[in-house]
Structure formats: structure tokens, C-alpha cells
Write a protein that binds this ligand. Sequence first.
Ligand SMILES: Cc1cc2nc3c(=O)[nH]c(=O)nc-3n(C[C@H](O)[C@H](O)[C@H](O)COP(=O)(O)OP(=O)(O)OC[C@H]3O[C@@H](n4cnc5c(N)ncnc54)[C@H](O)[C@@H]3O)c2cc1C
Length: 444
Amino acid sequence: MYDLVSAVAVRKESGMRDATVVVVGAGVSGLVAARELRRRGIEVIVVEAADRVGGRTLAETTALGSRVDLGGQWIGHNHHRVTALAAELGATPFPMHTGRLPVLIDRSRRLSVPAPSTFLAVFILLLAEVLSRTGITRRWNAVTVASWLAKVPGASTRRLLDVIAAISWTADLDRLSIHAAARMIRNQGGLYTMLSTHGGAQDSLLVEGMGALSERMADELGARIRLGQRVLSIEQGESGVIVRTSAGEIRADKVIVTVPPPLLDRISYTPELPSAHTELASAGYMGSVYKAIAVYEQPFWRERAGGEFLILDAPGRAVFDTTPPGGPGHLCVLVGGPAARDLDRLDPAGRRDAVLGTLVRHIGPEVGEPVGWHEKSWSGDEYVGGGYMAVPVPGTTAGLPPVGFDPVGAIHWAGTERAADHAGYVEGAIESGARAAREVIAAL
Ligand SMILES: Cc1cc2nc3c(=O)[nH]c(=O)nc-3n(C[C@H](O)[C@H](O)[C@H](O)COP(=O)(O)OP(=O)(O)OC[C@H]3O[C@@H](n4cnc5c(N)ncnc54)[C@H](O)[C@@H]3O)c2cc1C
């Protein structure tokens, strides 16, 4: 039985502690938690395994001086926490450019949107939306999306749904249950919201990049952040918590752990965590996503073809015009699921050709020669392990989002997977970080 009494009976002699609270992970949730604690005058140390802050957010500056996000970038229309944080930190939102319906490309040809295959796909998506609002999908918690898709008539319809699902959830569809997909649809505000730009989850972006929010919060926290220090173990005892890192020991009263649930077993815990927590590590896996941004002097494609493409040829991908106001032109490419990992086998030039190739025929040869190229395969990120979020394995109930966040003695939990609102998004990371900070403040 977990010894809550000794775990909570923390001695508050300041000489014993390096900080009141240790936050594990300098992603958005960890930085928000640390910032909230600092505002209350609580001493905090943030320990981050990577040599940068941001976790699943990461902004880079292009050769033309603009900013691009290789991780989370969009602010959904009702993501009010991100909007408020961006305003506080002086970042500038702008609406996504979206002119026409997305151009669908299959076998190098443009598909007309009112084709029978697209009608059938839309009908199936509507059905999924309706089912996601009922409890009925519980009976399909062990039935995979891949096995269900195999029964859908029409190769083009199947491929279209396959690409949409892989990009939406970054999952391997043979490792995603229908019930988990339905739960994710519901948590993400419904399919229409998930897939829409204006008024949906892809509503707007930040000129400075979403990554700038992490950078600016980190600037505020300054030397309280310790980069390149991986947390190896967390020990709770009568004199508080000892967090052992690759660089030494930190003693505190409380700890907030923000690492994605599938990576929880990379840290050892004394006393051991209750089984409801340990099983989280095997109840999900990090999704696979590859993201690239091609940079051009101008968004020259707008007149020719609009700004959104869904390409069914391998690698199945979605392309978005994420150009900031006044340019330069940014084309953002997302590949999800196994197709994202397949790209890792190519060299950088081969990957760029594979990703931009189809577009040359539809937009023009200039698209193959960007002035800047930024890419990241998130499965290769040592400390985050993938994105956008943890995917529940078929059959699990523990791994279904939102994942539980009951404190275990002095250990509190944050991270987008633990968000009661908008799990999986930056919005959820902020919500969970602020909630964990409140919990800790109340418990001190
Ligand atoms: C390609 C991509 C596109 C996305 N697009 C969007 C989008 O458009 N809009 C949106 O809202 N969301 C998007 N997301 C999701 C969003 O980025 C995440 O929900 C959010 O950033 C998660 O923040 P977090 O703090 O919960 O977790 P993380 O960012 O994963 O933070 C956890 C931190 O813990 C660190 N860590 C792990 N293990 C240890 C350890 N042992 N010791 C110390 N530190 C450790 C990690 O390095 C990491 O920095 C996207 C994600 C990706 C990858």
C-alpha cells in the first residue's frame, strides 16, 4: 500500500530544500506551472532533459527573418488560454490564410471535391462525429480504425479517410481503437472543429511562433530553468522529495511531473507509484509526426491553387499556407503515422523531394526551390518521443484522454494529456500546468 502519510509529512526546514517545488519538463505545461508558482513567490526549479525549452513547441527563425513553428502552431478559435497567454507575452496573432476548399490530389491528379469518393468520405466522417457523441463506441474499444477502414468501399475513399485520420491523430491506425478515436474527436471539440481553419482548430497563428511563448516564459524564469538535466528518479520521504537528475540531486517539498504519460517509466519512483499510474506508460504511445516548412519570397501559389492541399500519394500529407501578414511565403507540410517514420529512411534531399514533389505539377517548379527549409521528425525527439500527443493503445481505458491526474503524495501531474479541457493541444498544456500549480499552492 502506498505510504501517503510519510509522503505528505514533509519537513519544511528551508535548509533542507533547494526549492519549494521542482517542475520536471520545460514544455508549455511545465513553464506555465512554474510561472504561476513564481507569481505567488514560491521558489521553483524547472529541470529539462533537452538542451532547449519548449518540448513539443519549437520555433525557428528563417533566412528571411520570419518565424516558423516545427511543433504546435495553431490557436483554435476557442483556445482562450493560448490567446490570453500570447497577449500577456506580447505575441501577435494572425488568421490562417484560407481561400478555397482544400485541393485534393490523388495519383498526381486533382480530385474534384464533389466526387462520389469524397461524398462517401464526408458521410462517414459525419457518422463518426455522431457516434463520438454517444457511449456506443465503448463496444469498439479493441476494434482498430484500420480494420474498420478496410471495410469501407472504394480505394480513394479509404485512402482519403486514412490520410485524414493519420494527420489528425498521428497514430498508427492499426494501433488506434474506434472508441479511442471517438473519444479524441469529442475531446477535440468535434470533427468540424478539428478539421476547420477559420472557426476551427487551425484558426490562427503567431507571427513570432507558438515556440516564442515557451521562449518568453523561460526568459522570465531565467536561471530557475536547468537545461540538459534528465530526471532519473523521484524519491518521497519524511523530509520531502529528492529529485535525482543526470546532474545531481534537488530537494524540494513538491514536484510537478509534466513528461508525456508513455515516457513515465523512464523515471523511477520511491515508493513505487500506484498501478493506476504505472499502467499509463504501457497504455499509450507517442504519435508519429513529421513537419516541414518551406519558405519562399512570396506566397506565389495563392492565385494558382489556393493555400490548402490534401495529397493522398505517398507520403499522404496535408499542406497549409501559414504565411504571416506581409510574407514571406510559408508552406507547412504535415505527415502523420507510419508515413512520417518512413520519411526518416530518406536523406534530407530525398525527403524534401518526396514532400514537395507532387506540388511542382500543381503549383509550379518554384515550389521545389524554397529559399528556406525547416523540418523535424518528432519520433526522433529523444525526450518527447513524438507528437502531437499520446495515443491510447486498443483495449485500454487508463490511456484514454484525458488521463487522470490525482496527486501521489507530493507528486503532482501536468501535461496536455492530463488536461480536462482540450487535451492534446497547447490549450490543454496551459490548462493542466495552471491546474497543477493551483493544486500545489493549496497543498503547501
Ligand atoms: C508537430 C506538432 C504539431 C502540433 N500542432 C499543434 C497545433 O497546431 N496546435 C496545438 O494547440 N497543439 C499542437 N501540437 C501539440 C502541442 O504542441 C502539445 O500539446 C504541447 O506542446 C504539449 O506540451 P506539454 O508541456 O504537455 O508537453 P511537452 O511539450 O512534451 O513537455 C514535456 C517536457 O518534458 C521533458 N522531459 C521528458 N522527460 C524528461 C525527464 N526525464 N527529465 C526532464 N525533462 C523531461 C521533455 O523534453 C519536454 O520538454 C503539436 C505537436 C507537434 C509535435
